[in-house]
Write a protein that binds this ligand. Structure first.
Ligand code: KMH
Ligand code: ZN
Length: 275
């Protein structure tokens, strides 16, 4: 029997704008309201970025603290904070959420293990910077989600493990379909899966129109899926999702149709070996 599927809602991101969709949550209260509905729809985890009140991407610790408190006041969904932030941010800026401790500490943090073209920009992750972030994640006692925008990032995570900066088996997120990075094709997903160290867990995040079809591919292959407005604003062709919750609900429907059950946050914590 396959494992329950962990659905992650990438709720905010750094690139999606209110011009693209009026349903993008920006304030802590808006994020918490949508997170509650995502949890009810079947998400076990949220992947979190935050914004300033005027909608600009930010990695400010206090904005994260406010969002984390607002979410935890209302739901038990796991919170994975971004360390990617937005292109062009410094490493200290990106690591803002890793300064949160005690009851404000996130449950998990992302770690991108290589540089990649990102649309018209470059998402810079030189090897020293990756090691710096890996150490900060470890110092906070968190497990990383290894964000893989290309296959070599899996190999780099194995090197980090040899250096004692990442524990194996680890959890990986394959982000497929960013312009300039690895394409969203099933054979690319298969190669990613084949490239993983023994015992790894994985999530796939298809970008744009690939988001919901890749929930089905993940369901068939025994993996996990990420959906949400960070990567895609449409629930069907030309129809905006009315919130992250609507994308989670659609993902849950498709996963169940493939015979998968959905993980609760507590089940996800065990499956992903979080502390
Ligand atoms: N916004 C992207 C440049 C992450 O959250 O760790 C990077 C990103 C990855 O979203
Ligand atoms: Zn992100």
């Amino acid at each position: 029997m396959s494992m329950p599927m962990v659905i992650t809602a990438a709720m905010v991101g750094a690139e999606t704008t209110r011009e693209q969709t009026p349903y993008l949550p920006i304030t802590a209260e808006e994020i918490a309201e949508d997170a509650v509905r995502c949890r009810e729809a079947g998400a076990a985890m949220v992947h979190l970025h935050v914004r300033t009140p005027d909608g600009k991407p930010s990695q400010d610790a206090e904005l994260f603290r406010a969002a984390i408190r607002a979410i935890r006041k209302r739901t038990d969904v796991l919170i994975q904070t971004s360390t990617g932030g937005a292109v062009g941010m410094s490493v200290d800026e990106r690591c803002g959420p890793l300064t949160l401790t005690g009851s404000d500490r996130p449950d998990m943090a992302t770690l991108t293990t290589g540089t990649v073209n990102f649309g018209q920009d470059v998402f810079w992750n030189p090897r020293p910077l990756v090691r710096d972030i890996a150490k900060r994640i470890r110092a906070l006692g968190l497990k990383p989600e290894i964000e893989c925008f290309d296959v070599g990032m899996i190999d780099e995570a194995s090197i980090l493990a040899k250096e004692g900066l990442v524990d194996l088996p680890a959890h990986y997120d394959f982000v497929l379909g960013v312009p300039g990075a690895l394409t969203a094709r099933v054979d690319a997903l298969e190669f990613m899966i084949k490239s993983l160290p023994e015992g790894s867990t994985w999530t796939v995040a298809g970008v744009g129109r690939h988001q919901l079809p890749f929930v089905e591919h993940a369901a068939e292959r025994g993996g996990n899926a990420r959906v949400g407005l960070e990567d895609n604003v449409y629930v069907s062709k030309g129809v905006l999702a009315k919130g992250n919750w609507e994308l989670v609900a659609e993902a849950a429907k498709r996963a169940k149709a493939k015979g998968r059950t959905l993980a609760t946050p507590e089940e996800a914590r065990k499956l992903l070996r979080l502390t």
